[in-house]
Design a protein around this ligand. Structure first.
Ligand SMILES: NC(=O)c1ccc[n+]([C@@H]2O[C@H](COP(=O)([O-])OP(=O)(O)OC[C@H]3O[C@@H](n4cnc5c(N)ncnc54)[C@H](OP(=O)(O)O)[C@@H]3O)[C@@H](O)[C@H]2O)c1
Length: 302
């Protein structure tokens, strides 16, 4: 338990208008012993060192949660410079600005950096083979942070869904309302990550380190985080249609039948063993994730 008498933990959130950033905004009031300051791209452009330095200096922060990222995976194949500036070079800026402080960084990376098939859930130490500009830019960003001497927790996540922004779940809801039938890839395996569950997981980790500072020893490390279970995009699409009572038939197709500029891994099944053991986290099943996210979309519409 965290006592109400303790000094509030000050948290800076960058990229606060993205899917994940907005989920932090939503759940922030539930964490009364934390005080949050949110910066979107306009108030803090992470590719500008002066912006980041100004944001960091504005309060006596304990944690910086970096939700800012370039996430247009296919567009990245053409917007190479922009993608690297945001996902990679901005990590140098974060290191520069944070190195004279005691602020702990929480950063997000992607299942795309693994791009490997074993048939077993992928562990953090398994081989990496990022393909495509986005994947490489995320991996290079990780490397910069890992080689630095700032305390940084890196969470590799996959298939993010939210009631905010654009994502697979919202695309399915739109197509399900417009069409009688759609085709969805059924040979890429992984699990969605409801950004709300990820945001909660992050704040639970911070809570755990406050309650038990020895847990900070495990902070400077890399962890996978996704909802539990193994599915394909087709399985998720079917559940979305069923739950939403949309009479749209979902037909399974192969990746070959749905070519994209950036290659997707066909095996994005992340092992969550390490994060669950280290921080005693309970991660909801993907089925609950989709259900909860659909409910949030519905509530946003009312
Ligand atoms: N989405 C996924 O499926 C997925 C999967 C695996 C890992 N991840 C990782 O998870 C993290 C969160 O992703 P997300 O889904 O929340 O992404 P998102 O919805 O695309 O949000 C990213 C946010 O960063 C902002 N941003 C872009 N350039 C910026 C800059 N120069 N300065 C400040 N902010 C900037 C974007 O603003 P604008 O929209 O105005 O550009 C957007 O609000 C990212 O690190 C991402 O790589 C995501």
């Amino acid at each position: 338990m965290v006592s109400g008498k303790l000094k509030k933990i000050k948290i800076c959130v960058l990229g606060a208008n993205g899917q994940l950033g907005q989920e932090f905004r939503c759940i922030a009031p539930e964490f009364e012993f934390m005080s949050f300051h949110f910066y979107d791209k306009k108030s803090c452009d992470i590719i500008k060192k002066s912006d980041v330095a100004k944001a960091i200096a504005s309060h006596d922060f304990d944690y910086l949660i970096n939700c800012a990222a370039y996430t247009a995976v296919d567009r990245a194949e053409k917007e190479v410079e922009q993608c690297y500036a945001i996902n990679t070079q901005a990590c140098n800026i974060l290191v520069d600005v944070l190195s004279d402080t005691k602020i702990k960084l929480i950063h997000f990376s992607s299942d795309y950096i693994y791009h490997t098939y074993s048939g077993f859930p992928i562990r953090e130490e398994d081989s990496k083979s990022p393909k495509g500009i986005y994947a490489k830019s995320k991996y290079d960003g990780e490397m910069i942070l890992r080689k630095s001497n700032i305390p940084v927790l890196i969470l590799r996540t996959s298939w993010v869904i939210s009631s905010f922004g654009n994502n697979f779940l919202k695309t399915m809801l739109r197509l399900g309302a417009e069409k009688n039938a759609i085709s969805v890839v059924n040979d890429q395996f992984g699990a969605p990550t409801y950004a709300r569950h990820l945001a909660n997981g992050v704040l639970d980790i911070i809570t755990a380190t406050i309650s038990d500072p020895s847990r900070l020893d495990s902070f400077n490390d890399t962890y996978n985080f996704a909802n539990e279970g193994i599915v394909t995009w087709y399985d998720i699409a079917k559940q979305i249609m069923n739950e939403s009572k949309l009479e749209c038939k979902v037909n399974p197709i192969s990746t070959e039948e749905y070519p994209t500029p950036a290659r997707r891994p066909n095996w994005s099944v992340l092992s969550k063993h390490k994060i669950k053991e280290t921080y005693s986290l309970e991660i909801p099943h993907w089925y609950i994730a989709v259900k909860d996210c659909l409910l949030a979309v519905k509530m946003d519409q009312t």
